[in-house]
Design a protein around this ligand. Sequence first.
Ligand code: SIN
Ligand code: FE2
Length: 224
Amino acid sequence: MNAMKPPLLDLFADAEPQQAPRCEQIGEQSCVLRGFALPWLDRLLPALESVLAAAPFRQMVTPGGFTMSVALSSCGTLGWTTDRSGYRYSRIDPQTGHPWPAMPEVFFQLAQAAAREAGFAEFVPDACLINRYIPGSKMSLHQDKNENSYAAPIVSVSLGLPAMFLFGGFERSDKSRRVPLLHGDIVVWGGVDRLRYHGVLPIKPGHHPRLGEQRINFTFRTAG
Ligand code: SIN
Ligand code: FE2
């Protein structure tokens, strides 16, 4: 050890190895926060139940006429839907005829905390899409571009069965990076990476002790 080093710096040097890096960088302004959602789980799951009681999962049809293998719901001021006539955000859930359920406070706080950790201090999400994957469900490469502005990041929370997330470039044909995601992981992408193509490979069969045979994903956005 360098005898000239001031004692305070030594203190930080000792503390450093115990702190796992919170942000696993997958792009210039993108990162994976491993296990970030785990301490929030006991509050997240009951809140999720009440959202789903008001806005149940449904399988939607894309404008191209394909039924998505993922079932969706939303909460927040704006919810996302697709049908033969297009993709859109709306204030009313077309299935129930009611406004989307409010975003639970714990959802909002988790999204803000994760965004802050990833370097986006001012994140105010107004939409949370909830995706339910069963084994075999997948999400093809796409860009998130139905939002009014791309200034805010996307905060994506993974729960339940593991997934292989694809994080690509700015053209669909660009090579994508494979990012394994586990229960509790959060991916944040924004800034120069905001419009990167991304997707999810088919979920492998399995049983998760807390969520059973499914993967649940939340994506928080500032849509309006
Ligand atoms: C999405 O891109 O909407 C979902 C991403 C995921 O399920 O991890
Ligand atoms: Fe997406």
